[in-house]
Design a protein. Sequence first.
Length: 203
Amino acid sequence: MSHIASIEELEAIYGQPMETSLVKEVERLTPEYRRLIEASPFVALASAGSEGLDCSPRGDLPGFVRVADDRTLLLPDRAGNNRIDTLRNIVRDPRVALLFLIPGSGTTLRINGRAHLSIAPELLASFEMEGKRPRSVTVIEIDHIYFQCARAIVRSELWNPQKHIDAKTLPTPGKILAALTNQRIDGEQYDKDWPERAKNSLW
């Protein structure tokens, strides 16, 4: 099977990017990029560590990723599964990448930077929701930021409700857990308990 083995081969196939693909990349937040972050309720957070790569979904009310200044973002770590894969990586390797999505918009926002974890009491308190504070806040220093064109969103019709898949046609988390444990975990009970468990542990 033929494969590309060098950057020269790769560039020979794809050519050079257009000017608009280059000038959109900057090293700090612009007012326009800040507005996109403030409108986003969802970001995928990628990290790397000695145990491998990780890409984790993060979601909350729009603007949950707080702009501290034009080079710094603050991301609260809400309740989750306690695997802390991303947090382990950040402790070992500060490099992170973020991809913000905005429902209804084809524009996505990409950020590359370096992160560390803070447990400063006043910072945790500032992110309190329904009486619950995050156990840590990821502080992200921006190295590069740029928007991604809408082609992937347009092709996938991601926001088109007519294209949404009926969740009943997919395996549920409970069924997956039951299959992986040879039915040791009661998948039906897991799915039954999930809505109430999620309701009580969103934050």
